[in-house]
Design a protein around this ligand. Structure first.
Ligand code: IPD
Ligand code: CA
Ligand code: CA
Length: 277
């Protein structure tokens, strides 16, 4: 099998697993008030739907990929060195759990396959919209089977920027507030939709010109980062360094011009509110 065929086969497998997960999430969404959920920490929840979705995905992937490391948010973990060797599947069974629990229709199943620590196949399935954003390394990014590209808007006064609040790490809030002030004074608006995989899919689909978040886990961004790069965009840490999808990290993504603009703006104190300077 050629390398592109192998990546296509992996994409087919993880897309099937994401569909199976989405069916469980949809069933849960139809009886929201009855769902059991717990807090894992500040601003961080897990529900029976997260757990059952992850179990269903693992039940499909384990026998199909014997011996392959699985880095899944709620149960199976293969962090660090193991995730950087050979193949590793990175799974967020339900990205946007808080949205899901409140019936806010922005949540997804996000699955990617890494090869030697770099994503080679990715799917982000927007569950309420039933929209699939997919990519293979070298094969381009697609929205529901149609090729997508990052936005061509390069003028900040016309740009829409996505972001994520540090809700799980409140001590990061002062730095974030300064960053937000710097960005929002240069663009018409900023969106916080609440599911990082979908934020990155929005960059890939040209809906956001750029996106940043201070701290994400590999399962939040590993799939989305491939969507963005295959759609012609740039991904990095907030500092502009290469992104490692096996480690927690800050994430900055965008079309090439707006990625650079956002990186520079996030650290430019001349845009701080007057009382912070
Ligand atoms: C969260 C979402 C959110 C981001 C958080 C993530 P979860 O994932 O992606 O947008 O701001 O940092 O943890 O907990 O809903 O899977
Ligand atoms: Ca997540
Ligand atoms: Ca999750």
């Amino acid at each position: 099998m050629g390398i592109q065929q192998e990546r296509d086969a992996l994409l087919g497998l993880i897309t099937g697993a994401a569909e199976a997960g989405a069916a469980i999430i949809r069933e849960g969404a139809s009886r929201l008030g009855t769902i059991d959920w717990q807090s894992k920490g500040p601003g961080d929840f897990v529900s029976e739907v997260d757990l059952r979705t992850e179990a269903a995905i693992l039940t499909i992937l384990r026998p199909a990929l014997p011996g392959v490391a699985l880095l899944a948010e709620e149960t199976a973990s293969s962090a660090g060195a193991e995730a950087r060797q050979g193949h590793c599947v990175v799974i967020d069974p339900l990205d946007g759990t808080t949205n899901f629990l409140h019936g806010f229709p922005e949540y997804a199943v996000s699955i990617s396959v890494l090869d030697a620590g770099q994503p080679v196949a990715a799917v982000v399935l927007h569950v309420p919209r039933n929209e699939r954003c997919t990519a293979t390394l070298g094969g381009g990014a697609l929205v529901d089977g149609r090729p997508c590209r990052v936005s061509t808007i390069t003028d900040p006064p016309r740009a829409l920027i996505g972001s994520g609040f540090p809700a799980k790490d409140p001590h990061d809030l002062p730095v974030y507030q300064r960053q937000l002030a710097r960005v929002i004074s240069g663009v018409p608006d900023v969106r916080r939709a609440g599911a990082a995989s979908l934020d990155l899919a929005s960059v890939a689909a040209g809906r956001f010109e750029a996106f940043w978040e201070a701290k994400l886990a590999p399962w939040d961004f590993a799939a989305g980062m491939l969507l963005v790069t295959e759609a012609g965009g740039i991904v990095s840490t907030v500092e502009g360094d290469p992104l490692d999808p096996t480690q927690p990290s800050s994430v900055l993504a965008g079309n090439p011009v707006m990625h650079r603009w956002l990186r520079d703006r996030l650290r430019d104190p001349q845009y701080d509110p007057p009382h912070d300077r």
